[in-house]
Structures are given as structure tokens and as C-alpha cells.
Design a protein around this ligand. Structure first.
Ligand SMILES: Cc1cc2nc3c(=O)[nH]c(=O)nc-3n(C[C@H](O)[C@H](O)[C@H](O)COP(=O)(O)OP(=O)(O)OC[C@H]3O[C@@H](n4cnc5c(N)ncnc54)[C@H](O)[C@@H]3O)c2cc1C
Length: 379
């Protein structure tokens, strides 16, 4: 850790920090010290073999998808890809139906004549291949479509949302509801992005290559707070929690957390697809069979079931910012203080921006931060 005062400090080795570190090393030719308080790189995307030797995503299943050629191109420098299109089914009224909710789900759940009528109405009203937010469908003037929206809202969305966030859908910001689409097609892929693939050797290997650069030094099990003042004085990209940087002195930002239960089975193929969602009132939200994601299908299979829970600082991980005015208002106050440090400390990432990002959005945030903000200021 002995590099001189000159150079950069990056706190956090997840998608945001690792991307920023690589670009800073390449573009400035100065040393970059990357620290992480955890004992591994990769942030929440980290994967590793479990006790049975099966590769598992330690912080929940991570599926890569993006429409950004720039992000896909950048990451492709550090990994080969295995094509993978994620599929999700929901258990509704004792049947498995594909999500997002589309023609196949309608046909599985409604009598044939009614299903045909609903499909025709949807296509007529919104056009083939459209993705209609459930909120919009609920506002439809058409009685059949309104009833369909109410059915989907009730059976697919309301129960799942209550478990995921610990509060009813109505209490959440409409941005959450707006995101859930009903699709006017037979496309059973969960994502519609142009690039859908998984790192061929996993995320940990991708990160190891991204951070393998002569100017990058990585120190694990090293919280920012533990660094000596001369290293903390470096120009810093901070990707940890926004409120933690300021000692939570205005209060804790609200997060939702998650517990994961792992189960090993003797052979792959327990589920018909990567993830099964449970929108009913059992405590778990979904189960993912890892082999679909990792491509490891020989030998034993690992199922990971997710149980959303309240975030308790210091006890479990802050995973999802809770959408709503209380958190937003507090985040705005911390952000104003963060901006005052701009030029010496830059805040970025899902924790430091206090905003949910997918992995590609985290990488995009870091690429833009370095190119558009840091490098112009660094001259
Ligand atoms: C359950 C779950 C499932 C997800 N599934 C998907 C998915 O399928 N597809 C997808 O695209 N995205 C998914 N995501 C989102 C994905 O995890 C994020 O986009 C990504 O992790 C963001 O990267 P980041 O670097 O901003 O944050 P993180 O990955 O959280 O990295 C931040 C790092 O900073 C470190 N840190 C924090 N404070 C300090 C400190 N004081 N000092 C030193 N280090 C510190 C942390 O230890 C951590 O390693 C999922 C997220 C969750 C929670």
C-alpha cells in the first residue's frame, strides 16, 4: 500500500469501483489503490465455489444484460461470454406461467376463448411486441383489459411487492409499479436487452482481469476509515454507502436487505428455468437454480432461495434503496454535502448514489464519471 500521495484511491471493488480504477489507471498513467472492506473483489456480483464446489453468486443471482455497446465492449476486454437469456416463471394458482406476463401466461390462466379475446384486445390497443407498464394497463378504458390488469396486479405484483419491500405497493413510489411490464407478445425472455450473456468463467475472474494492471494495487479487508491520512488525502472515487461517508450523522438511509438459503441437490434440472417467483404469501420471493446462470450443469445443483428482510445496519447488507420520499429527502441532503467535495472525492455507484443500478448501469456510471467529470477536471 506504499504508493506516494500522488495517484488515486478507489473505495469499493464492485462494478463501479473496478471500472473506474481501470479507466483511471489507463487514462492518467498514475497509480490507483483500490480498497474494499470485504475480503474479496467484485462487490455484490462476486461468485465463488460453495462448500460443495458448485459456483454460487454470493449476494444473490446476478444476470448480465445491457443495451449499451460501450459497456459490453469494455467488459468484453476482461471476459469471454456464454450466451444466456434468462427465463422466469411464476407460481400462480398452482401453475407455472412465464414472466413477464404475456400471451403464454394469459393462455395458461384463462379459458381459451377469453384468452384469445384478451390477446386480440392487447394487440389492437398497444401493438404487437409492446411492453405496457401495469400502471398504464390499469388505467385502460376497456373493461376486459382493466380486469386483466387487476388480475395481474393482484396475482403477480401485489403479494410479491409486499414481501420484497415490506410495504404495500400503494405506499411505494409509482416508479416501482411503472417498471413492471405486461408484454404484448410470445417472447418468454425475462429481459429484452440487445446483449444478454454471462461471463464465461464467472464474475470473480472478470474482476480479477479488470484489476490486473501494473498501476493498480488492491487491498482487501481494508475499510476506507482504516487508511492512514496520506492515503485518504488522495483524489478518491468513493463507491460505499453515501450516509456512511458522513458517519450517518443525519440519519440512516433506508434500505431493504435479503437473506439467502442455499440447498444442494444431486443433479441439475430441478427447475424448468433459471428462476421461479412466488407471488403468494409464503415468505420467500423466488428460487434460482444456479446452473442455469453459471453453465455448470454437470454434477450437483444448487438452489438459492431469497427471503427479503428489513435492513439492520451492522447486521445485514444494505441491498435495495427503498423508493419513497423519506429516503429521497435524506439522500438529497447527503448528496449536497458530497457535491461540495467534488474535485477531490467523487461519489458513484449504487450505494454512493443511493440509487438502484443494474451491473451495466454501474459500469456505465463509472465510465462516464471518469471520462466526463474526473479527466476534464484533472486536466
Ligand atoms: C440480490 C441482488 C440481485 C441483483 N441481481 C442483479 C442482476 O441480476 N443483474 C444486474 O445487472 N444487477 C443485479 N443486481 C445489482 C448489482 O448488484 C449492482 O448493479 C452492482 O453490484 C453495483 O456495483 P457497485 O460497485 O455500485 O456496488 P457494490 O457491488 O455494492 O460494490 C461496492 C463495494 O464497496 C465496498 N465498500 C463499501 N463501503 C466501503 C468502505 N467504507 N471502505 C471500503 N470498501 C467499501 C463494499 O464492500 C462493496 O464491495 C442485484 C443486486 C442485488 C442486491
Amino acid at each position: 500500500m506504499g504508493n506516494a500521495r500522488k495517484g488515486w484511491l478507489v473505495a469499493g471493488a464492485g462494478f463501479t469501483g473496478a471500472t473506474a480504477a481501470r479507466r483511471l489507471a489507463e487514462a492518467t498513467g498514475e497509480p490507483v489503490l483500490v480498497i474494499d472492506k470485504r475480503d474479496h473483489i467484485g462487490g455484490n456480483a462476486f461468485d465463488a465455489p460453495n462448500a460443495d464446489g458448485v459456483s454460487v453468486h454470493r449476494y444473490g443471482p446476478h444476470i448480465f444484460h445491457t443495451n449499451s455497446d460501450a459497456v459490453f465492449g469494455f467488459l468484453s476486454r476482461f471476459t469471454a461470454w456464454r450466451p444466456y437469456e434468462h427465463r422466469v416463471q411464476a407460481e400462480i394458482d398452482g401453475r407455472l406461467v412465464p414472466l413477464p406476463f404475456g400471451f403464454a401466461a394469459i393462455e395458461a390462466l384463462f379459458p381459451a376463448a377469453q384468452a384469445a379475446r384478451l390477446i386480440a384486445r392487447l394487440t389492437e390497443r398497444y401493438g404487437a411486441e409492446a411492453r405496457v407498464p401495469i400502471l398504464k394497463l390499469r388505467q385502460s378504458e376497456d373493461g376486459d383489459l382493466k380486469a386483466l390488469a387487476a388480475f395481474i396486479y393482484d396475482k403477480v405484483f401485489a403479494g410479491y411487492t409486499l414481501k420484497q419491500w415490506g410495504m404495500p405497493a400503494e405506499a411505494l413510489s409509482p416508479s416501482v409499479t411503472a417498471r413492471v411490464p405486461v408484454i404484448v407478445s410470445r417472447d418468454e425472455r425475462y429481459f429484452a436487452d440487445r446483449h444478454q450473456a454471462m461471463p464465461a468463467e464467472g464474475y470473480a475472474a472478470l474482476f480479477a482481469r479488470m484489476l490486473d494492471h501494473p498501476l493498480i494495487e488492491v487491498a482487501l479487508s481494508t475499510p476506507l476509515e482504516s487508511l492512514p491520512p496520506e492515503l485518504r488525502a488522495r483524489r478518491t472515487v468513493y463507491t460505499g454507502p453515501l450516509d456512511a461517508y458522513f458517519g450517518h450523522d443525519e440519519g440512516h438511509l433506508p434500505y431493504r436487505s435479503m437473506a439467502f438459503a442455499e440447498e444442494t441437490r444431486p443433479a441439475f434440472g430441478v427447475q424448468p428455468c433459471g428462476t421461479i417467483n412466488f407471488p403468494d404469501d409464503r415468505p420467500a420471493t423466488r428460487t434460482t437454480e444456479q446452473g442455469w446462470l453459471t453453465g455448470e450443469t454437470a454434477g450437483r445443483s444448487v438452489l438459492v432461495t431469497e427471503y427479503p428482510q428489513a435492513h439492520v445496519p451492522g447486521v445485514n447488507e444494505p441491498f435495495y434503496p427503498v423508493p419513497g420520499e423519506a429516503g429521497d429527502a435524506l439522500a438529497r441532503r447527503y448528496r449536497a454535502r458530497a457535491e461540495a467535495l467534488n474535485g477531490r472525492v467523487w461519489f458513484a455507484g449504487r450505494l454512493a448514489d443511493y440509487q438502484y443500478y443494474n451491473m451495466d448501469q454501474a459500469a456505465a456510471r463509472a465510465l462516464t464519471l471518469v471520462a466526463k467529470e474526473i479527466l476534464p477536471q484533472a486536466g
